[in-house]
Design a protein around this ligand. Structure first.
Ligand code: SER
Length: 593
């Protein structure tokens, strides 16, 4: 097996696909262009969606690149040996050109001939088939013909061997994944690449994108059959170099060394050092992106703020000051500028913004930590109240995650619900003026808003069902004639799959053509019959209860559509964070174009 650096692997990969007729295209921005449903570019295919759908790409039908990606779904895992919030993805694409057999052959040749991975160290998985798409015998047969032993070919379900769409609808399909088999025994006889025991390290994913997922959850054939592949650069370099941890590879080593030397600390602080390294690298790429963002309290800016503030807190744990933040960022700029010229162009801005954020947070961090220490002395039941957590947020700039983390380190918990309540109360006060316009969440009483209001009830019920969580609470609703906006308590981002399922559910009920029935009854009776309603205190003794079949029952003032059919169809256009522990969905109804 060859031992390659990240620089060498990038070059070998692009050269190989160039030799096979692929045009090399630049990495797109980390901020997606045409997809309001995700905050960051999470895969190389993301910016290519229009071309996978059939639009002609100016560079041709065969493409390859190295794409900057951010995935924050596993942020709590960062600090272990493998997780990162930023990574580079090596990818090659066929836009209606070659398909399964050639794609698999290219991957096989690159891995065995260029990288020199022995065949017996390779395992693959293929799609086992279901009602949406057939079992992928063609891929399995191709692998076998190339010399992969039958026992190293695994058939797995959609959960493992299906990729996409990147947002909620769009190109997707079955995939075949390639794994490096590490020298360790299987954890059990059922162990397979689907297992997390560490025996199988995923190195490459070849997706056969021939389907277009619809808002109603069905799969339509795409105009053309595409291939979309992705290989994690850092992980593959770690594998080739026999590194135990991805943080041991060349792009991280200088920063890890710097942290060790400056702090004079060792492996007992390895988690903190990895988190700082990871978060500052990601922050550097976000700030220095061609569509660079800055720290804020919403959307991408808030993710960035949390990354920076969390790094600062861990720098303190290592006994280091804020100056190290810029020093590490500068080290990353130097490492990556030869491939990402935007980092060099934006160097001044990156460092300035990091220092600004450090100054902002630095001023209050010490006081906040002192406040936290005080809290520790007085808390009861090993629980920090929502009010206290909110004070740490509001006065000292502690993102809730930091308070939770600090609490955890001290064996106590935080009343997250209480925090949300305090947060909402604060928001309500500061937005009182703005909210006057939206009495009861409705901008007007038009037919359109009535339909969207009914859709909100269906959405509320569908969320509880799909996310299997009856504790989900409506946290706010704002409806105009164009769209609904619905806030609800939930602690993490929904997956694309969950979002699609919720859409499917709502569309299923719409298609049933159920009447929306209104009854008046005392509030107690309504509650007893299972009606949900969040604004209890605002209701009079007798309340209106709107029911939609046996699917939804809510205490509500109306108005509503007469029948679910009136809504025609339902589509979620965005799912995002609203505030800590609260998600926000924007959706529309009517004929979808
Ligand atoms: N889109 C696929 C992935 O992210 C292959 O690139 O794994």
């Amino acid at each position: 097996m060859r031992v390659l650096s990240t620089k060498e692997l990038r070059k070998e990969y692009l050269d190989f696909f160039k030799m096979h007729g692929h045009s090399v295209i630049p990495s797109a921005s980390l901020i997606p262009d045409n997809d309001p449903t995700v905050l960051f570019t999470t895969a190389g295919m993301h910016p290519l969606v229009p071309y996978l759908m059939g639009e002609k790409h100016p560079a041709g039908k065969r493409l390859a690149n190295v794409q900057k990606c951010v995935r924050t779904g596993d942020i709590d895992e960062v600090g272990d040996a493998t997780h990162c919030t930023f990574f580079e993805m090596l990818g090659n694409w066929s836009l209606g050109d070659y398909f399964k057999v050639e794609s698999i052959k290219y991957s096989f040749d690159f891995l065995t001939k260029v990288l020199g991975i022995p065949i017996e160290k390779m395992a693959v998985s293929v799609f086992e088939g279901d009602s949406d798409a057939p079992r992928d015998e063609e891929s399995a047969k191709t692998w076998q013909e190339l010399g992969i032993k039958k026992e190293n070919i695994y058939y797995l379900p959609k959960e493992n061997n299906w990729w996409g769409p990147a947002g909620m609808t769009g190109p997707c399909g079955p995939d075949t994944e390639i794994f490096f088999i590490r020298d360790q025994d299987s954890c059990s006889s059922e162990c397979s690449p689907a297992c997390n025991c560490g025996k199988f390290v995923e190195i490459w994913n070849n997706v056969f994108m021939e389907y277009d997922k619809q808002a109603d959850g069905t799969f339509k054939p795409l105009k053309q059959k595409n291939v979309d592949t992705g290989m994690g650069l850092e992980r593959t370099v770690a594998m080739l170099n026999g590194c135990e941890s991805v943080y041991d590879i060349d792009v991280f080593a200088p920063v890890m060394k710097l942290l060790r030397e400056k702090s004079n600390k060792g492996d007992e602080y390895i988690r903190e050092m990895r988190i700082i390294t990871d978060h500052i690298r990601t922050a550097t790429f976000m700030l220095g992106d061609q569509k660079g963002i800055t720290p804020s309290n919403v959307d991408q800016g808030y993710v960035l703020r949390r990354l920076i503030r969390r790094s600062i807190r861990f720098l303190r744990t290592l006994g280091l000051d804020n100056a190290v933040l810029a020093e590490i960022s500068k080290a990353f700029i130097d490492i990556y500028a030869p491939y990402y010229s935007e980092l060099a162009q934006n160097e001044h801005k990156i460092i300035e913004e990091l220092n600004k954020e450090a100054e902002k947070f630095g001023k209050t961090l010490e006081q906040g930590l002192r406040e936290f220490e005080k809290l520790l002395k007085y808390i009861q039941n090993k629980r920090i109240s929502g009010k206290a957590a909110f004070k740490l947020y509001d006065t000292y700039g502690f993102p809730l995650e930091i308070t939770i983390e600090l609490a955890k380190e001290n064996g106590i918990i935080v009343d997250v619900e209480g925090f949300e309540k305090a947060f909402k109360e604060h928001q309500a006060k500061s937005q009182a003026g703005a909210q006057q316009k939206f009495k009861g969440g409705l901008a007007d009483n038009s037919i359109e808003t009535a339909k969207l209001h009914t859709a909100t009830h269906l959405l509320n019920a569908a969320l509880r069902k799909v996310l299997n969580d009856d504790s989900i609470q409506q946290k706010g609703s704002n409806i105009t004639a164009e769209r609904l906006r619905f806030d609800f308590s939930f602690s993490r981002a929904m997956t694309a799959e969950e979002i699609a399922k919720v859409e499917e559910e709502v569309n299923r009920i719409i298609a049933k053509g159920l009447d929306v029935v209104c009854q008046e009854m005392p509030v107690e009776k309504a509650k007893k019959s299972g009606a949900i309603g969040v604004f209890d205190s605002r209701y009079d003794a007798n309340v209106k209860v709107y029911s939609i079949g046996d699917y939804s029952m809510e205490i509500c003032g109306g108005p509503h559509a007469a029948n679910t059919k009136d809504l025609q169809s339902f589509k979620i256009v965005k799912e995002q964070s609203s505030s800590s522990g609260v998600r926000r969905i924007r959706a529309v109804v009517g004929k979808q174009s």
